[in-house]
Design a protein around this ligand. Structure first.
Ligand code: SF4
Length: 217
C-alpha cells in the first residue's frame, strides 16, 4: 500500500477514535500555553497541569513572569523534570518577549525558536495550538509510531516531520498530531505485545515487524 493511502486509512481510524482531540495542557492564551509546553519536556501533561494553576496565579503574563525571581518560579515547578533549567528559561523567555516582541508571543515559528528554552517542537505546538497555524510537532512517540506504521523511515524527528507533512493533508496536521499522541498513550504499551490485535499496526506494520514483536512476547 502506498504511504499516502496508508495515511488516509490511518486518518479515518484516528478520526473515528478521537473526533475532537482536546489540547491536553491547560492554558488560557498563547503565553500560558507556551509556558506549559516548555514545562512539559520530559514530564507528563498531568504533572504540568498540576503545577501551572499556582504558577499562573503568580505570573500569567510576560511582565509578571519576568519580574518573578527564579527561586519563586522554581518553587512552583519543582516537581517537574529539569525544573531548575526550566525556571531560568521561563524568566529569560518572558524578558525576551518584553524586550523584543512588545510583550506578545509571536505567531512566527522562527521568532518562537529564537526564545530561550524554546525548541522546534515547542514552537510547533504553539503555532498550531495557540494560533491555529499548520504545523506538525513530532516528539519521540510520534516518531516511533510513524516508523511502525510505515509512514516514515526517517532516523530523526526532522525527517519524520517532513514525511508526515507529505502524507497527511495540511488541514489535518493539527488534529493528527494530537490524535497520534492520544493513540500512543492509550494503545501502545511497552514492548512485547501482539501487533495483530492493534487497530492500526495489525495491517499497517510490516510482516517483519509483526513477527519480531511476536518473538519478544
Ligand atoms: S501495535 Fe502496538 S505499537 Fe503498534 S500502534 Fe498498536 S499498540 Fe501501538
Amino acid at each position: 500500500m502506498k504511504r499516502r493511502d496508508k495515511a488516509a486509512r490511518i486518518g479515518e481510524i484516528l478520526d473515528e477514535l478521537y473526533p475532537e482531540p482536546p489540547i491536553p495542557l491547560d492554558h488560557v492564551d498563547p503565553f500560558t500555553l507556551l509556558v506549559s509546553v516548555m514545562l512539559s519536556a520530559q514530564t507528563t501533561d498531568k504533572k504540568v497541569n498540576e503545577v501551572t494553576p499556582a504558577l499562573f496565579a503568580d505570573a500569567s503574563d510576560p511582565k509578571s513572569m519576568a519580574a518573578l525571581p527564579v527561586e519563586k518560579i522554581l518553587g512552583h515547578i519543582r516537581t517537574v523534570g529539569l525544573a531548575p533549567t526550566k525556571a531560568r528559561n521561563l524568566k529569560k523567555m518572558a524578558q525576551q518577549l518584553l524586550d523584543d516582541h512588545g510583550g506578545e508571543v509571536p505567531a512566527d515559528i522562527d521568532l518562537l525558536e529564537g526564545l530561550p528554552g524554546v525548541g522546534h517542537k515547542t514552537a510547533s505546538v504553539v503555532m498550531c495550538q495557540a494560533f491555529g497555524k499548520p504545523a506538525f510537532p513530532v516528539d519521540t512517540h510520534i516518531h516511533r509510531l510513524a516508523a511502525r506504521w510505515g509512514l516514515s523511515d526517517g532516523n530523526n524527528v526532522t525527517r519524520t516531520e517532513a514525511d508526515l507533512k507529505k502524507v497527511f493533508p495540511e488541514d489535518t496536521w493539527i488534529r493528527r498530531h494530537l490524535q497520534i499522541i492520544y493513540f500512543g498513550r492509550e494503545h501502545c504499551p511497552a514492548r512485547g505485545h501482539d501487533l495483530r490485535q492493534c487497530p492500526i499496526c495489525s495491517w499497517a506494520a510490516s510482516k517483519k515487524r509483526i513477527a519480531e514483536e511476536s518473538r519478544r512476547r
